[in-house]
Design a binder for this molecule. Structure first.
Ligand code: IVH
Length: 670
């Protein structure tokens, strides 16, 4: 369904160029920055894996902003570089390791500051007097925007003099920093525009960038901008020994810089700072998109050098965006406890607001139609209320040609051929026809309590019916919240029987993981699958986060089962249910298999004369073995109950499976 890398890269380039043009030239972006960044990241990844696909016009091959006409071009005294992005502590550690390799045995002192979301600008002071202001441009050559920058109130036209920093007033001092528009100014401007019926500006950064490139300085003066320094350059670099010193110099010279910037001796402290800044992110006066972390010592900084367009001695720590793009791999339907069908989109895993997301509820058929979401589509994901991932929109420009429109009723029939669905009156949800939600609940509680699953003594059909009818059990977890009084209030129970039931339930608060998984009643997950899942993932937490690929990698699990499992965990009702189990202290335990049959897998064909297949299977599992329904690569024994069919025999020979008789099996499991 997905396009080949070559075609995908081409489509991404075209779309990103369009977005880039809208952003940089028209100052009218049509998508959020996070969407651009996410697609840009995908293109970079494809190009890294297939370098032959890189074209000279790829947006990845550009450093800075587009140079547009109207301003004098100025060559920078030294390149205005960009920074490599890192997204988590592991990547920060990897960065430090790379530096350690180059400068072994020398510990680093780190300097960190907030990364402001504006536009870079370089101010040149000659003998203390502002003579030129230049944008970053393409990193080598920028635009002379002196007249505009002179309107920025916190940019001193003459540097202040202070003891200890007088040398900066002699010769050339270059101050680099970020031009931003404060949030409050941005909001006030937009409010005024709104009142005047004029179109509002997209975001402070665009507005700042657009403003600085205005050809009329009078217009610029009406839009309040601020400058925040992050670098001070002198001809003799020894005059600025550390990055912290550059900040102190900026302050001394009368130039605004972030007061939060600080020096740290350990990475742990840097990470604490990262988290502190993230917590105060919203209360900062301007937008930020992360942190800049640098080696504090500037001689060392220079020694570490540059790779491509980025210095080795600094990184940009980016907070994970609240939006990201990914590709829809499938749309699966989960049937809830009440018989309601909920469609779920399954994605390539993607990090959104700090956690990995691989599925989102699509709610109902109307929502699918509204989004016109299709398998193979590239979609924008965001976190609603910062917790629940949702599909925001479809990037239709990137839709594969063969992606067909979803017909919900056909999808239902495909995935649940055995069921009939109906949509009653104004209900937007399809439900299993005739589904009596109480009946479905009773069945699922019975199944959970049954011998094959958790085997809860005395919680049979009649007791389940009584508990559900009394409204005491509304989901699987509720039974663990029952009190003796609750149960005693029911006609069926007397003192002893009530106590027995409560004890029997309490006894199963730490069930074996595989029994618990089985008891949840996930479609297509039978006894052996539950065992395989438990031994592969070892916890509910890990299982709930497993991707379709990881699930399919488990022997005996195919696409249909994998999807059913992912859909079950994606259903918000089930998420709530699992949390409820946890809060009631129901904690399944994974116990590593022991026994003489660990590592052996059995298939039984035909009928056995001395015991039922189910009992034989139980015994095999008790001894640590696996019971399979068909001969596979890893089948150790094929037990021949009667005559073995030709195809089974052929497979057994192909896989080197040993064929044994019923007597031999009894010998093994006795
Ligand atoms: S230091 C070698 N410090 O982020 C570049 N940059 O990707 C050293 N930025 O071009 C840059 N806040 O426009 C630095 N506190 C900060 C910054 C900052 C924003 C921007 C700047 C730079 C880009 C780097």
């Amino acid at each position: 369904m997905q396009n080949q890398p070559k075609q995908r890269a081409q489509e991404l380039r075209t779309l990103l160029s369009k977005y880039g043009y809208e952003y940089h030239v028209l100052d009218a972006p049509s998508v959020d920055d996070a969407v651009y960044d996410s697609l840009f990241g995908e293109l970079k990844k494809i190009e890294a894996q297939n370098p032959e696909l890189i074209t000279p016009d790829s947006p990845t091959q550009r450093v800075g902003n587009e140079l547009i006409g109207g301003f004098k071009k100025v060559t920078h005294s030294s390149r205005m570089l960009s920074l490599n992005d890192v997204f988590d502590v592991k990547e920060v550690e990897a960065w430090v390791e790379r530096m350690d390799k180059l400068l072994p045995g020398r510990s680093h002192e780190f300097f960190a500051d907030i990364k402001m979301d504006g536009l870079a600008c370089s101010l040149i002071y000659q003998d203390g007097l502002l003579t030129q202001a230049v944008t970053r441009g393409d990193s080598f050559v920028g635009e002379d925007v002196t007249a505009n920058v002179r309107t920025i109130k916190n940019v001193p036209l003459r540097l202040h003099t202070q003891k200890g920093f007088k040398n900066f007033l002699v010769g050339r001092t270059e101050i680099r920093g970020e031009i931003v528009m404060l949030k409050k100014h941005f909001e006030a401007l937009n409010k005024a525009r709104h009142a005047a019926g004029e179109p509002e500006f997209a975001n402070p950064r665009n507005l700042a960038a657009g403003t600085i490139r205005q050809l009329d300085p009078k217009l610029v003066a009406q839009r309040p901008l601020s400058f925040n320094a992050y670098d001070v350059l002198r001809e003799d670099p020894a005059e600025v020994p550390t990055n912290m010193f550059a900040y102190e110099a900026a302050s001394a010279l009368g130039i605004t810089r972030n007061k939060q910037a600080a020096v740290f001796t350990t990475l742990k402290d840097v990470m604490t700072f990262v988290n502190e800044v993230e917590a105060m992110r919203d209360s900062l006066p301007y937008n930020i998109d992360g942190l800049v972390i640098k080696v504090n010592d500037r001689a060392k900084f220079r020694e570490l050098g540059i790779v491509g367009k980025q210095p080795r001695a600094a990184v940009a720590y980016k907070y994970s965006p609240e939006q990201a793009t990914t590709i829809v791999k499938d749309i699966v339907i989960s049937i809830g406890r009440t018989g309601a069908a909920t469609p779920v989109a399954v994605f390539d895993p993607v990090v959104v607001a700090g956690s990995t997301v691989q599925h989102a509820s699509l709610h109902n058929a109307d929502e699918i139609a509204r989004l016109d979401i299709r398998v193979g589509d590239t979609v924008v994901i965001f976190k609603a209320g910062d917790i629940i991932p949702q599909v925001q929109s479809v990037v239709t420009e990137l839709r594969p040609k063969n992606a067909s429109k979803v017909n919900y009723e056909i999808l239902l029939a495909d995935q649940y051929p055995e069921l009939e669905f109906e949509r009653v009156g104004k209900d937007v949800v399809y439900r299993v026809k005739g589904a009596d939600s109480d009946l479905m609940l009773k069945r699922s509680v019975e199944y959970y309590a049954s011998k094959g699953s958790l085997d809860i003594d005395t919680l049979g059909e009649k007791n389940v019916v009584a508990l559900v009818d009394a409204g005491l059990v509304k989901d699987l977890a509720d039974m663990y919240a029952l009190s003796l009084d609750d149960v005693l209030a029911l006609d069926r129970f007397a003192d002893i029987s009530a106590r027995k039931l409560i004890d029997a339930i309490a006894e199963k608060k730490n069930p074996p993981l595989e029994k618990f998984i089985l008891g949840l009643g996930i479609r297509h997950v039978g006894t052996q699958t539950a065992i395989d899942l438990a031994s592969q993932f070892e916890s509910m937490e890990a299982l709930s986060q497993a991707s379709i690929e990881q699930l399919e990698a488990v022997d005996g699990i195919g696409k249909v089962v994998a999807e059913s499992i992912v859909a079950w965990f994606a259903d918000p009702d089930n998420e709530v249910l699992l949390e409820k189990f946890t809060s009631l202290n129901v904690k399944p335990q994974f116990i590593k298999k022991t026994g003489k049959l660990v590592g052996s897998a059995f298939v039984i064909t035909g009928t056995l004369s001395s015991m039922s297949r189910d009992n034989a299977a139980d015994r095999i599992r008790e001894l640590g073995g696996t019971f399979q329904s068909a001969v596979a690569k890893d089948t150790t024994y094929l037990v021949a109950g009667g005559k073995v069919g030709g195809s089974k025999l052929k497979k057994a020979q192909e896989y080197g499976t040993k064929i044994i008789s019923e007597d031999e099996l009894m010998e093994i499991i006795k």
